[in-house]
Design a protein around this ligand. Sequence first.
Ligand code: PRP
Length: 180
Amino acid sequence: MGMSQDIAKVLVSEGDIRERIAALGKQISADYKGREPLFVGVLKGCFIFMADLVRACDIKCTVDFMVVSSYGAGTVSSGAVEIVKDLSQDIAGRDIIIVEDILDSGNTLSYLEKIMTARNPASIRIVTLMDKPERRTADVKADYVGFTIPDAFVVGYGLDFDQRYRNLPYIGVLKPEVYS
Ligand code: PRP
């Protein structure tokens, strides 16, 4: 079975994503001119956005990844965050750009921001492809946002439901009958 029949509507099209990431890349390149940031991707959701974002940036940079997991596989984040795989390097003195696919309750990023700050980087900024401000419970803000979206069940472009749909090339709203 294909994926598209499970999608109620396209929320952000491929073309709109491409354009927005190009703009984010330009902005980040200008902001970090003369510096060499370390992009820290938060797996798995970031993998497609980050691949596009770093290619839209015309600056010297390096990349690393973390795997974190919020407890529970449900549709609502439970709060606790576990580091499944940590960075493979010391970040002291580095300019860190944390890359996320979505900022939802904010639990994941507020936790990550805290543990990264304790490692004494030169700076930390957050870039997220999508921001769902309506759902925020933790005190965290992204410095760069691709799209501010409503509180709908979105999948695609890295985002999953039950590990599926990450490979949709656009951001879609899942049909309720798929997850209920
Ligand atoms: C998603 C997403 C963020 C987090 C955002 O990850 O990639 O890391 O949830 O939600 P929050 O703001 O409520 O913390 P998920 O735990 O689904 O894992 P994944 O990246 O492997 O899909």
